[in-house]
Design a protein around this ligand. Structure first.
Ligand code: BCO
Length: 565
């Protein structure tokens, strides 16, 4: 196998046909740790070269559509050209340098791919965020990440402007829009006029690449920092076996571009295999649009949160047979065995599971073609050595409940996060003996299949969103009706789990209508923070259960919700 520092130099002629036929030639081994790696020069530009040499089919690299009938199709050649321009826009016009942080808050627009790859070409660290964020969420992210730049749309630009004066590190603002705005650089026109002459940085595999915000039990979201190895891991043979993508595949991942799942699936996984990334703009989730899109376009593989499949199954569609769909995969939250079976019956396509976190990327899964054990998240994907561990980090025997751990000693595997940025204490807290402790509870059977059980802490996973209770409690506390609250996870037939708030009212609100007050509190939370966090259930209580030191016993409330008390 022909390897170089960048991994994707043309393989010897006798191996090249394997790329084209889709039988992937392993370019790296699972445990390789090359000194240098850069996804843009090593992967994207490799496929550009293949296109130039006529060795890749006509499928675009990126195929974007929206509800208005607009369509963008970019080849790998165009991606290389445009992302080099983006790189020049960031460094030459924006003055950003390798290692600087850029807040990336874009919906599913083609520019998102230009920005991410443009950053990788320059070594600028991108910090993605969902467009559902409100001014306060953005302020927090800009302040703690010390982002020097931000790129967003005109919908969020006013929110950014309302907090920008409190962000001393912020120097440059890029707008993706057809309109201009004072104080903002127009990314679309800059791309048009920028040079496509750019030399990609020779990044080290261990150089930082991206920061993902992720919620925890306490405080505000933490910053999980990843190096270039996150992208390299998608080239490892074991990772390639997960989806077994080939150049002729058209792959659609529905995850919002604010989450690591989108970065992994809609970029690294798909483009490493030379496949087409398919994207529907999808400003609001609508199962009808998903079903129509799967029927209309030649999509061969689809990856989404289990809630998406669940919501489709719960509608009354006359047919769920899709002409080209071959493989479906669910990740981000737990999937029930009966949902897997229902999806197979109605679509004729198997529904596989993957599991991961912002800290870990894809950790385990059912590889395509591997035996599905309904309800299991599959097996560890090398180089991750996943074990079920106790609180001391000792490996537990098969079928014993414990924490999901990833071995980090003696060697931390490629693809695992570097640290929580600027938070050595929280980083150290995740270390447990020789393992990184995910905080997720599970069992592993004798064949190595992992079975998810729940969180060991108070973090809520609602329809694939990781939500920290304090983020919701803080939002509720701003409302005059709330004396105090406790936010916990509660079971839900559609979203798996939802956010539930137990609220103690202030005296002046005690006589108010409870249904009306519930709606008011929900709208309040939606208005001050990203709306996916709002409490779908609210219960008014005279007091909250507390320890003798005054700490709220969320655990007790959660157990009651799940009928465990
Ligand atoms: O319930 P309501 O309708 O009152 O409020 C909803 C939405 O309507 C509202 N909303 C959504 N888009 C909006 C908006 N409001 C204003 N402007 C917009 N553009 O927000 C409330 C919450 O929305 P939601 O997203 O929870 O529910 P929705 O819209 O029904 O979507 C359902 C799902 C399943 C599509 C959505 O929950 C989803 O995308 N979940 C998956 C999240 C995900 O991708 N997770 C992966 C994380 S990465 C990871 O796990 C690591 C794996 C390696």
């Amino acid at each position: 196998i022909h390897k170089s520092c960048h991994g994707f130099l043309p393989a010897p002629r006798h191996l090249r046909c394997q790329f084209l036929s889709g039988a992937e030639a392993p370019r790296w081994n699972d445990h390789d740790t090359p000194e240098e790696f850069n996804f843009a020069s090593g992967v994207l530009d490799y496929w550009t070269q293949m296109e130039k040499e006529g060795k890749r089919g006509p499928n675009p690299a990126l195929w974007w559509v929206n509800d208005q009938g607009d369509e963008v199709k970019w080849s790998f050649r165009e991606m290389t050209d445009l992302t080099r321009r983006a790189a020049n826009v960031f460094t030459q016009t924006g003055g950003l340098r390798q290692g600087d942080h850029l807040a990336l808050i874009l919906p599913r627009v083609p520019e998102w791919w230009l920005v991410t790859v443009g950053c990788i070409r320059t070594g600028i660290v991108f910090t993605p965020g969902t467009t559902l964020m409100k001014a306060k969420d953005i302020l927090y992210r800009l302040q703690v990440s010390k982002a020097k730049g931000i790129i967003t749309t005109d919908t969020l630009a006013p929110e950014v402007d309302s907090v920008a004066s409190e962000c001393p590190a912020l120097k440059i603002k890029f707008l993706v829009s057809d309109h201009s705005r004072e104080g903002w650089l127009d990314f679309r026109s800059l791309i048009k006029s920028a040079s496509s002459d750019h030399t990609c940085v020779k990044s080290k595999t261990m150089d930082p690449m991206a920061i993902f915000f992720t919620s925890g039990t306490s405080g505000l979201p933490k910053m999980a920092k990843h190096n270039q190895g996150l992208a390299l891991r998608s080239s490892f043979p074991s990772c390639r076996k997960l989806l077994q993508l080939k150049t002729s595949d058209v792959f659609w991942c529905l995850s919002d571009p604010g989450w690591i799942l989108a970065v992994l699936a809609s970029m690294f996984e798909a483009w490493t295999a030379g496949s087409t990334v398919f994207i529907h703009h999808l400003p609001r989730f609508d199962p009808n649009v998903i079903v129509q899109t799967l029927s209309k376009y030649p999509i061969t593989q689809c990856l989404a949160a289990p809630s998406v499949f669940r919501m489709i199954l719960q509608q009354d569609f006359t047919s769920l047979r899709f002409p080209t769909l071959e493989h479906t995969c669910a990740g981000g939250e737990a999937l029930l065995p009966e949902e897997q079976e229902q999806w197979r019956r109605q679509t004729g396509v198997l529904l596989y599971q993957v599991y991961g976190q912002s800290e870990t990327g894809i950790t385990c899964g059912i590889l395509r073609g591997m035996k599905i054990k309904p309800g299991s998240m599959g097996k560890a994907i090398p180089p991750f050595d996943v074990q079920i561990i106790d609180d001391k980090g000792d490996v537990l025997p098969p079928n014993t409940e414990g924490n999901i751990g990833i071995r980090i000693k003696p060697t931390k595997p490629i693809g695992l996060f570097m640290c929580y940025q600027d938070d050595p204490v929280k980083t150290a807290e995740t270390e447990c003996g020789d393992f990184y402790n995910t905080g997720d509870r599970a069992t592993m059977d004798a064949e190595g299949y992992i079975w998810f059980l729940g969180r060991s802490d108070d973090v809520i996973n609602a329809s694939g969103y990781r939500i920290g209770p304090t983020e919701v409690e803080n939002a509720l506390a701003e409302h005059p009706a709330v004396a105090e609250s406790a936010v916990v996870s509660s079971p839900d037939p559609i979203r798996g789990e939802v956010v539930k708030a137990f609220v103690v009212l202030t005296p002046q609100f005690l006589s108010r209508d409870r249904d009306q007050l519930t709606k008011e509190l929900q709208e309040h939370v939606k208005s001050v923070t990203a709306p996916y966090k709002y409490p779908r259930k609210v219960e008014f209580v005279p007091e909250l259960p507390k320890t003798i030191t005054g700490k709220i016993k969320r655990n007790e409330l959660r157990k009651k919700e799940f009928g465990q008390l």
